[in-house]
Design a binder for this molecule. Structure first.
Ligand code: DAH
Length: 360
């Protein structure tokens, strides 16, 4: 700013006032835009060497009758500059804190959302581990298969009413020209039992397999979904008895559901086992005494039985030397029966609602 006042020169009232008001205008505008430190700005605009100080010193030379008026203007200008300085101070402080590069590295960060295995994958891993410990190896067989494997190879001739029960999805497929009837129709497997003859066809005995796979049936309600999972155990060796089957069932019940749980087998009918059983597990709530949930103390787990000789023959196993047992249960169903899960509708498992899934 150019010098406007020469020290000690007498100066007219109007001129002083005009200079003061111009100074006020310049100062307020300059302070508002400046990034200089507040102390520097104060020195520039109100310090000893400032134009304001020089104008203030004019008070000594102005006429005494003008002193009061000039004094009032001087005070007003000073107040305006002070208030411009203090608002600039507030602004600079807030800017300084928001644009600071510094951050505290010791403050714990926000965890990014982390997923985990789906409840069914967890169940599959757990079931696989339990059976691995007694020598059953997890195998995979097709989930889309020739209908021979889930039906006819298992002693269910095509016209047999037993095949209706599965509510099967058929794939539109013209069949393999010139091939035998085993390669004519393709289905989405309605159960993992299709793996039985497929495993026997590998030609390696004894067999201790656990086949865990997706299955499909045309059903949907609280306890059924069109796609679900089963685990199928197959044990083929010499001199296998129902006692061995019962031992494996109890072993599984204790390891999957808890040490106090036991199983019972009830006579039933399946085309591919003889004798056949339904397997129940003692209720975890009343320990087999009978309660509201189970009624009679038992919950139904799935099917089992001694492998039918026709099935063994279809798998080219010598029935004079070998026999075995098989069982097949739903993965979701077994998991829902664990007392700590409290899942009362199987469809929740496939609803993909994260609020539900993250509980497991
Ligand atoms: N596959 C049968 C079903 O889906 C369950 C079953 C019953 C499997 C008896 C077996 C068995 O291996 O021996 O209902």
């Amino acid at each position: 700013m150019k010098k406007i006042v020469q020290k000690e020169q007498p100066i007219a009232k109007e001129q002083v006032i005009r200079l003061l008001l111009t100074l006020q205008e310049d100062a307020v505008a300059a302070i508002g835009e400046s990034n200089e430190a507040i102390d520097e700005l104060r020195l520039t605009w109100l310090g000893k060497e400032s134009e304001f100080a020089k104008l203030a010193s004019c008070m000594r030379t102005v006429k005494s009758e003008d002193k009061q008026q000039i004094g009032a203007v001087l005070n007003g200008v000073k107040k305006s500059i002070e208030s411009a300085l203090s608002s600039r101070h507030v602004y600079q402080t807030s800017q300084a804190s928001s644009s600071s590069d510094w951050f505290d590295t010791t403050v714990p960060g926000d965890l990014p959302p982390q997923g985990h295995l789906h409840i069914v994958s967890q169940a599959i891993d757990e079931i696989t581990d339990i059976f691995n410990k007694i020598g059953f190896t997890r195998v995979r067989h097709p989930e889309v298969d020739w209908d021979w494997y889930p039906f006819e190879s298992l002693n269910m001739p095509h016209s047999h009413p037993a095949s209706d029960e599965w509510e099967t999805f058929y794939i539109r497929y013209p069949g393999v020209p010139g091939s035998d009837y085993k390669k004519q129709k393709i289905v989405l497997t309605p159960h993992t039992s299709n793996g039985q003859v497929r495993e026997m066809e590998k030609g390696v005995l004894p067999i201790r397999m656990i086949n865990i796979a997706k299955c499909y049936r045309r059903q949907i309600d609280v306890s059924h979904t069109p796609m679900f999972h089963q685990f199928e155990g197959l044990y083929i060796d010499k001199n296998v008895s129902i006692g061995h089957l019962k031992g494996v069932l109890d072993y599984f019940a204790k390891h999957c559901f808890g040490p106090d749980r036991v199983t019972r087998i009830r006579p039933f009918h399946f085309q591919f086992t003889e004798p056949s059983f339904e397997v129940d597990i003692s209720c975890g709530i009343c320990s087999g005494k009978g309660c509201k949930l189970c009624k009679e103390g038992w919950l139904e787990l799935g099917g089992a039985g001694m492998v039918h000789p026709i099935v063994l023959t279809n798998g080219k196993v010598d029935t004079k030397k070998y026999n075995g047992f098989a069982f097949g249960w739903g993965v979701e169903r077994a998991y829902m029966m664990k007392s700590n899960t409290n899942i009362d509708d199987i469809r929740l498992i496939y609803g993909n609602d994260v609020r539900f899934l993250k509980q497991f």
